[in-house]
Design a protein around this ligand. Structure first.
Ligand code: OVM
Length: 398
């Protein structure tokens, strides 16, 4: 007798507005259903448990990125833009580009930027605290990264706000061709032009991460065709991610006043608060991989050539890994090992920048503010990949 096992199926659309704005009930069902499930709506597999997501992220030979980190399978369909040399390649090619970027944004290089990044965090925090009420997203999370990050890249003031629309498009484009992607494509042409123009050597300041990438081309480590694509990675992944990360952190703290009190009492907890917020409400909720061969996930076979949707935001709330308090926001827990920055060879190369920005902004606020509370209903921001807020009204007590 042959017993045929079938992979469990979930009929949900994880890119539907209802799941994008409130994904956690779906995550629980996903984790409960099995280590891997089928989403017939898109013909893809999905994983939501920490151990399986992490295992896939760290097995880059089986779960490849070269066929795209979104729903589009580059082996079958034309990508919306030339693939990223970092995100959408595999070793050994990936290693060449990643080595260049590791040097450009080495933790030591980023630490040296503290003096440049700190005054703006202090200034902005001082101004907002004096106001008493402000919007954590539109007055802070969308403002601070756009003041400091483009300077460090070597971009001009003029036009840098295009980076928000470009990032929104790039992250929507990992999902299906739904109304979110259509709306982003309909409005992003000026942003796409601005980004394309500012990857060129002539558009970049003589000092900065952009110039450092071009210097790698001068040394022959990459070609002059590849340099603008690596600059494009900075412009694609460097702003929206930190905007959502800061916004989600302030949202988490506003929802948990006792956690703010702990941060105020010891502002050195800022870094831990940021990591815990990334775990509790991960800005990048999902990435796809493609199986390069038949494989097993637990007892379930997954055929080669399958798109697999990895739920980072679900792995980060899996009680199998984090225990019974998995869904509790607690800045004193050790959130180390969360997969909000990914894991393995593709783990976020920009994380020292994100951490520096977060530490400076949260530290500047924590030292000035004893109480921080919601001052109205937060408004979700919709994106196929990013989870966050369009508005988080808050009230602060100095
Ligand atoms: C890239 C990139 C890397 C990570 C995330 C991302 C838009 C883009 O290399 O372009 O999201």
């Amino acid at each position: 007798m042959t017993i045929t096992r079938t992979t469990p199926v979930l009929d949900d659309d994880p890119f539907d507005t209802s799941v994008l704005t409130a994904p956690y009930a779906f995550h629980r069902r996903l984790r409960r259903t099995g280590p891997v499930v089928l989403l017939p709506r898109y013909g893809v597999y999905a994983m939501g448990r920490y151990a399986d997501v992490r295992a896939a992220l760290t097995d880059e030979e089986t779960f490849v990125s070269g066929r795209g980190a979104g729903l589009t399978d580059f082996a079958r369909e034309k990508p919306w833009r030339p693939p990223s040399l970092l995100l959408e390649t595999d070793p050994p090619d990936h290693t060449v580009f990643r080595t260049v970027m590791n040097r450009v944004i080495a933790p030591r290089t980023v630490r040296a930027l503290r003096a440049a990044f700190e005054p703006e965090a202090e200034r902005l925090a001082g101004e907002l605290v004096a106001r008493g009420r402000f919007d954590a997203v539109t007055d802070l999370a969308e403002v601070y990264p756009l003041r400091v990050f483009p300077d460090a890249v070597g971009l001009p003031q003029e036009g840098r706000e295009h980076l928000l629309a470009y990032g929104a498009l790039a992250f929507n484009a990992f999902g299906p061709h739904n109304s979110l992607l259509a709306a982003a494509l309909a409005t992003a042409a000026p942003a796409q032009e601005w980004v394309a123009a500012h990857c060129a050597r002539e558009a970049l300041a003589p000092e900065g991460w952009g110039a450092d990438i071009w210097a790698a081309a001068d040394r022959g480590e990459i070609t002059t065709e590849q340099a603008p694509l690596l600059v494009r990675s900075l412009l694609s992944a460097g702003v929206d991610t930190t905007v959502y990360g800061l916004g989600n952190t302030l949202y988490a703290l506003a929802r948990h006043p006792e956690q703010w009190a702990a941060l105020h009492a010891d502002p050195r907890l800022a870094r831990f608060a940021f990591d815990e917020a990334l775990r509790w409400e991960s800005p990048v909720q999902t990435f796809f991989r493609t199986t390069s061969r038949d494989t097993m996930v637990g007892d379930e076979p997954v055929p080669g050539g399958s798109k697999v949707l990895l739920f980072l935001g679900s792995a980060n709330r899996d009680s199998r890994h984090w225990g019974d308090s998995a869904e509790t926001f607690d800045i004193r827990r050790s959130a180390g090992g969360h997969v909000a920055f990914g894991m393995g060879v593709h783990q976020c190369v920009g994380q020292p920048i994100a951490r520096l920005e977060a530490e400076l902004v949260l530290g500047a606020l924590a030292r000035r503010v004893s109480r921080l509370e919601l001052d109205g209903p937060p408004v979700p921001k919709l994106n196929n990949t990013l989870k966050g807020w369009a508005s988080v009204p808050i009230r602060v007590t100095p």
